[in-house]
Write a protein of this length. Structure first.
Lengths: 186, 186
DNA sequence: AAATCTATTTGACAAATGTCAAATAATGAA
DNA sequence: TTCATTATTTGACATTTGTCAAATAGATTT
């Protein structure tokens, strides 16, 4: 299932939506370290990870900060830019050789114009990612670095094997050294 | 303008939407300290603040944590519960005597069934609040407590005069004592 | 395998923030 | 106004996390 966030919606409606979305999806292979999106430009695509792993990141005081990871069946884009049509501060980078499906903003916009009944699913998608984000805020506010780390490991067990420690560290808002120390604690 | 987040959309479309939404809006007066929503129940309303101020909060290890403030023209709900139709961890409390407009989930659902063209506006609304939330995450991750405080003061200057320090402190993720010290620094 | 590059860990110390208790200030009720 | 309650500030100290430098471990290339 590609639109992971829509998995609970009515299946027959969804089938039609998928058919229409298939038409505007473009599948492509990319190598590790390639950028799907570069900062300073408007992000015109929503990416679905079919195989592989991607992260969005940006630079804060010269430091590379991971904002989001996406693995198989997940989605990623420079969300602020994709929504607001303004230049993005984010880069999107592949951390493994990957198979990526991309949907252009324009195509999606056109499809929604043509079939406004799909707005509902976009709305549901947004609701889901909003909830995810709200949970992340709670996490940052009310859990220690160790708790955040444990929670991430639990929710995405094999992320650690696939991603550098420094990316995990910046994602949970701590330095690499602190994360290293946390891991060795019993 | 009540739907603050929709202010950039096409005005003629919006006028019709507003007319329809007016029909499902209920205006009510509440006193300071009243709860618009109580934790442990499903939140069935979206609230618009016409006059006054509200906050959503919950308890973490016995401590009262503010998740969100809403002042005039803003919206508030127990968003996780409103979206997912499950019991909420949040309470919504009024911090002043207030005039509140409420929209029931059911009425909104029915209206969207009847006029699916409005889905688009809900989508835009969600996009906007998603961006707000994403900014809040960046804020928490990459700004010091003092920077977060200054930013809040700048974005909502009179919040301080209207809200207890402890609520501001928990909102920006620090203790009341730390906030008190931050404020006296030059 | 050796050399090189990259990732992770460790040490020593500094800075930021938290905790708990108490003092002071502000507010609201009698 | 006075008293009682609530809000804010301050002090002393503990804990968490950051910074910078160096050491070690692991991976990749030759």
């Amino acid at each position: 299932m590609i639109f992971e966030k829509l998995k609970d919606v009515n299946e027959s409606d969804l089938a039609e939506l998928l058919t229409d979305f298939q038409k505007i999806m473009k599948r492509e292979s990319f190598s590790k370290k390639e950028l799907l999106h570069k900062e300073g430009t408007v992000c015109n695509h929503l990416f679905l990870i079919e195989k592989g792993i991607a992260r969005s990141f940006y630079y804060k005081d010269g430091k590379d900060i991971t904002a989001h990871f996406a693995i198989e069946n997940g989605t990623i884009t420079a969300i602020d830019s994709f929504i607001q049509r303004k230049n993005s501060r984010y880069n999107i980078e592949l951390l493994e050789d990957s198979e990526i499906i991309s949907i252009s903003h324009q195509d999606m916009h056109d499809l929604l114009q043509e079939k406004p009944q799909y707005e509902k699913y976009i709305r549901i998608f947004l609701e889901q990612i909003y909830i995810d984000l709200a949970e992340r805020i709670e996490d940052l506010l009310f859990h220690t670095a160790k708790e955040r780390y444990d929670k991430l490991v639990e929710s995405t067990p094999n992320l650690l094997q696939r991603v550098n420690l420094k990316h995990i560290a910046s994602y949970i808002g701590i330095t690499q050294e602190t994360l290293s120390r946390i891991r060795t604690q019993v």
